[in-house]
Write a protein that binds this ligand. Structure first.
Ligand SMILES: C[S@@+](CC[C@H](N)C(=O)[O-])C[C@H]1O[C@@H](n2cnc3c(N)ncnc32)[C@H](O)[C@@H]1O
Length: 261
């Protein structure tokens, strides 16, 4: 089952990456009636985008702007789980400077190709894109100061394992600073199913308290979940009753936690 999810996710993001390589904007699900992408549009300001290769902006498929909210310092090591076309890795690399390092980790070869092309265009030398799965991070323990991620952990079929891996690779005192989609309160199965149709790229969003529980179980402390964008489902092409039931309960959120010293 979890292998099926992984393969489906990989196919979807390979497709999105190929679109970007062809000069189009990537997307991970159907857009709303607005013709826009209510999850990924307008997450970055003009000054952030203007300093990046166009391909990194076209490939942006996140649900937040983790580097704007994370406290990144000169010389730190950052790891982006599910780095896609590399937008947050390139932004992090600027923040940590030449004495720091920004790693991106992704399992989809086509996305890695987009990210590496963007790295070359940006001339970023303190960046490395790694091939692998966020459930098995290919880095040693205690190697990273800050873990970022943007709309990826919700895609994993084994979120508990992802959070344990994040904890393992963080140094004591290291920070988890992640944008993700979360639900507030129980979401009925039928709703969850319809929601998935619309928000293809965010299927599997965790309930907010469950997210906190899994972070605690992994060993994290100082946990907080801050909503950054609350989604309305009125233009999503789903049944009106279901839409009303979940409107305002599914959100882009910024999740912070710390590995104890
Ligand atoms: C919604 S996109 C987000 C990409 C990027 N973070 C951004 O903000 O543009 C999800 C990305 O995560 C990757 N991904 C999904 N599940 C993964 C997993 N289990 N291990 C590694 N990468 C994964 C996909 O290949 C894709 O590039």
């Amino acid at each position: 089952m979890s292998q099926d999810i992984k393969e489906t996710v990989k196919e979807k993001y390979a497709e999105a990456a190929l679109k970007v390589l062809g000069g189009e904007k990537g997307s991970c699900g159907p857009s709303g009636a607005c013709g826009c992408d209510p999850i990924s549009d307008n997450l970055y300001d003009t000054s952030e985008k203007s300093g990046l290769p166009e391909g990194a902006v076209l490939a942006s498929l996140g649900c937040g702007n983790p580097t704007a909210l994370a406290d990144l310092r000169e010389g730190e090591v950052v790891l982006d789980l599910g780095s896609g076309g590399g937008i947050d890795v390139l932004l992090s690399a600027k923040r940590v400077g030449p004495t720091g390092r920004a790693y991106g980790l992704d399992m989809t070869d086509e996305m890695l190709a987009v990210a590496r092309a963007n790295q070359t265009k940006a001339g970023a030398t303190n960046v490395e894109f790694l091939r692998g799965e966020i459930e098995n991070i290919p880095l040693p323990a205690n190697a990273v100061d800050v873990i970022i991620s943007n709309c990826v952990i919700n895609l994993s079929a084994d979120k508990a394992r992802v959070l344990k891996e994040a904890f393992r690779v963080l140094r004591p005192g290291g920070r988890f600073a992640v944008s993700d989609v979360v639900c507030r309160g129980e979401v009925p199965d039928a709703v969850r199913h319809s929601m998935e149709l619309w928000v293809g790229c965010i299927a599997g969003a965790l309930e907010e308290k469950e997210y906190q529980r899994l972070l605690t179980d992994a060993g994290f402390t100082d946990i907080s979940v801050e909503p950054t964008r609350v989604y309305e489902f009125t233009d999503a092409g789903i049944d009106n009753v279901l839409a009303r039931e979940i409107s305002g309960r599914v959100m882009g959120a910024f999740i912070r936690a710390r590995k104890p010293v």
